[in-house]
Design a protein around this ligand. Structure first.
Ligand code: F6R
Length: 366
């Protein structure tokens, strides 16, 4: 059942090229690169006229939603908010009839997310679900939705669901952006063709596994980790840190790189390693100088970089090289080595990777 892998988590990490084939199947035309999501086609007016989109989710699904915020704001020019479902439901939130609430949940059974969906529907909002489990409570409680279709996720730490969620959000943003005429043809094609190539790209990314496993051996000593990223990869940093925390029990925090100087840089010393995401994007130079500041304070740096990177490579102690695709899809690429890093550190520490202490796969109580 684990397909020859020692843990479900590793199997699910390696499955990602094929789960994304299933996620994209029938939704992007390989000849024209046109994106079609039936949940958007059926409710075209709602999406075209939406005044605001509010994501509600927990944990990893909340991190994916932060990437969704960035995608939808830049491609559809609709204001987006991202809420922890547990906070949203108890805050007497402002919800209007021309708001769209998007509930993101792998299991479709998370109690707080389900309650947020019920609240939003009562307030008259249109509620869209991004779920994995077909026929789950959240999928049934929403007005419409798009399944991520990544197959059953057994490992408690979410991996293939995260990449599936971000993939669906990218397709959603393109489909809605097209209807709203807020996306150029050139950008639309750049992103939709990169989505079509995602499975091949992830095959390529997975080749770093042996090297990440070697790195993991070096860092089992650490009690604390910092993960840094900016822009689309700030949520990737949060997600990388969450993976490490939940399966290795090492404390880790994700930060937007430029926030370091506002406090957390005080933590940096030789015992506090930093995982820095520094793939090429419009904040690359800034991230590079944030990394220099950490190095100057004696921090050890593992940098996730492009193969042809020259600058950050010089300040980093270790590098993980990844292929580069459209900036808005880089979280999907970068999250894979971060999943592997957390996985191997946890394995070397002798942790129960598939069943971490204190955690359940779906949180059906609040
Ligand atoms: C982290 C993890 C959790 C879930 C969260 C929401 O690896 O698995 O943080 O993401 O409990 O679960 P779903 O997406 O099922 O609502």
């Amino acid at each position: 059942e684990k397909g020859g892998y020692p843990h479900f988590m590793l199997k699910e990490i390696y499955e990602q090229p094929s789960t994304l084939v299933d996620c994209i199947r029938g939704r992007i035309n390989p000849d024209t690169c046109e994106v079609k999501l039936s949940g958007v086609i059926d409710h075209r007016e709602k999406f075209v006229n939406a005044r605001r989109i509010i994501f509600v989710a927990c944990g990893t699904s909340w991190h994916a939603s932060l990437i969704g915020e960035h995608l939808i704001e830049s491609i559809c020019r609709i204001p987006v908010e991202v809420e922890y479902a547990s906070e949203f439901r108890y805050r007497n939130p402002i919800i209007r009839e021309d708001d769209i609430v998007i509930a993101v949940s792998q299991s479709g059974e998370t109690a707080d997310t389900l309650a947020a969906v019920e609240l939003a529907r009562k307030a008259g909002a249109f509620v869209f679900g991004i779920c994995n489990v077909v026929g789950s409570s959240i999928a049934r409680a929403t007005d419409s939705g798009a399944y991520i279709h990544v197959g059953p996720e057994i490992g408690v730490a979410s991996t293939k669901a995260f990449t599936g969620q971000v993939t669906v959000m990218a397709m959603l943003a393109l489909a809605v952006g097209r209807e709203r005429e807020t996306v150029s043809d050139a950008y639309y094609h750049e992103v939709s063709s990169a989505l079509l190539y995602l499975p091949e790209t992830l095959e390529e990314v997975l080749k770093v596994a042996p090297q990440v496993a070697d790195l993991a051996k070096i860092f089992t000593y650490a009690h604390n980790f910092i993960y840094l990223g900016r822009g689309y990869n700030y949520p990737t940093a949060l997600e990388g840190a969450l993976k490490l925390k939940e399966i290795s029990y090492i404390h880790a925090e994700g930060y937007p790189a430029a926030e370091m100087k506002h406090g957390p840089i005080a933590l940096i010393d030789a015992e506090m390693p930093t995982v820095a995401i520094a793939t090429p994007d419009h904040t690359y130079e800034k991230t590079a100088s944030n990394i220099e500041e950490i190095r100057a304070r004696g921090g050890k740096i593992i940098a996730v970089i492009a193969r042809d990177d020259r600058q950050v490579r010089r300040s980093a102690d270790y590098v993980i090289e990844v292929p580069v695709i459209a900036e808005c899809l880089m979280p999907i690429v970068v999250s894979v080595p971060l999943q592997l890093l957390a996985y191997y550190i946890a394995v070397y520490k002798g942790r129960n990777v598939d069943q971490p202490r204190n955690l359940a796969k779906s949180v059906t109580v609040e």
